[in-house]
Design a protein around this ligand. Structure first.
Ligand code: DAH
Length: 338
């Protein structure tokens, strides 16, 4: 009997070693240690032994059971770990970066906006934000454009209600700033503006402006010209210059259109500047005294200048973009070039 037990133990150990899944191990455990298992049957056979042999054999059977339970138990742990590892491997999500993904870049308009902001901040301007959905009060009335003024017609736009519209110009931000802070003021306010223009090579219903406003004692047009001349140099080239042409904006008096010397031909005349040597980049002027007093600033004490740069235009000039619609289309072939 002892020999039989030793053989059963060795045989079972060999089978345990060879088993690769938990289910087979459970079956083997039942086969050997279960109610009608091989070792259990041997245990039952003890009753047929003599009184003197029974305790010795009983001890051997028990030791065999303890040993096999230990071996099988260890194998269970091993298999469970293995199965868990396999499951984890299968369910693993690779959160590491796919090396094939190409890195995105800033849109050329954003590059230009940041460059402009850097320039003005380096000159001590603050950057303010102003709502895209604006009231006619800020977009027109306070800018000295009363309801019957033809300038409203020119900026016929997207009205939400009679008195609420998508702003047509960042100039509304001037008023909001002057209501909140008093001179000295040096601010820029970049943002999107909207006009109900048909999209074509030179118009888009949404475009970008950077408004500028400086109000203090003794501000003159020389200050305006000096800042805009440096701005043109910063954006185009060291040799760039600006010229002022008389114009009209209801919120500035006097008003000017500002041209920069063409960065492509250096002022000689080319396709980009239509042979004139100059490219219009912004509107500007000295803040109208009605606008100042409307915001509670005494125009006999303070003067100021304001300007509105067309960011899309500057970007187009710098990069030679000849269709205003293209930067809005999100075409990867266009964006990849920057
Ligand atoms: N708001 C004007 C426009 O959209 C541009 C402009 C002109 C802004 C003169 C100004 C300014 O601040 O002084 O056409």
């Amino acid at each position: 009997m002892e020999q039989k037990i030793i053989e059963l133990v060795n045989e079972t150990k060999a089978k345990v070693n060879a088993i690769a899944c938990a289910k087979d191990l459970t079956d083997l455990k039942v086969e050997v240690l279960g109610k009608s298992g091989a070792l259990t049957l041997i245990l039952r056979g003890l009753k047929d032994l003599s009184e003197s042999d029974r305790p010795k054999m009983g001890k051997i059977v028990n030791e065999a059971r303890v040993e096999l339970e230990k071996v099988i138990g260890e194998k269970f742990v091993q298999l469970e770990r293995k199965e868990l590892d396999e499951k984890l491997m299968k369910e693993k999500i690779d959160i590491s970066l796919d090396k094939k993904t190409t890195l995105g870049k800033l849109h050329p308009l954003n590059v230009m906006r940041r460059k402009a902001i850097d320039f003005f901040v380096s000159m001590g301007f603050i950057v303010t934000d102003s709502p895209e959905i604006e009231t006619t009060y800020y977009n027109f009335d306070m800018l000295n454009i009363p309801p019957d003024h033809p300038a409203r017609e020119m900026q016929d736009t997207f009205f939400v209600t009679d008195k609420i519209l998508l702003r047509t110009q960042t100039s509304a931000g001037q008023i909001r700033t002057m209501e909140q802070i008093k001179p000295p003021i040096k601010m820029i306010s970049p943002g999107r503006v909207f006009r109900s223009d048909e999209a074509d090579a030179t118009h888009t219903p949404c475009f970008h402006q950077i408004e500028g406003l400086v109000v203090d004692k003794g501000i003159t047009m020389c200050d305006l010209k000096g800042i805009l001349a440096s701005f043109a140099k910063h954006f185009f080239s060291e040799n760039s210059s600006v010229r002022f042409r008389p114009s009209h904006f209801p919120f500035t008096e006097p008003s000017v259109e500002v041209d920069a010397s063409c960065p492509h031909c250096g002022g000689k005349g080319c396709n980009v500047c239509k042979g004139t040597g100059w490219i219009e980049i912004l509107g500007a002027g000295m803040v109208n005294r009605h606008v100042l007093s409307g915001c509670g600033i005494d125009p006999d004490v303070y003067t100021g200048f304001a300007f509105g740069v067309g960011l899309d235009r500057i970007t187009a000039i710098c990069h030679g973009i000849n269709d205003a619609r293209v930067p809005f289309e999100g075409d990867i072939r266009f964006l990849k070039q920057f």
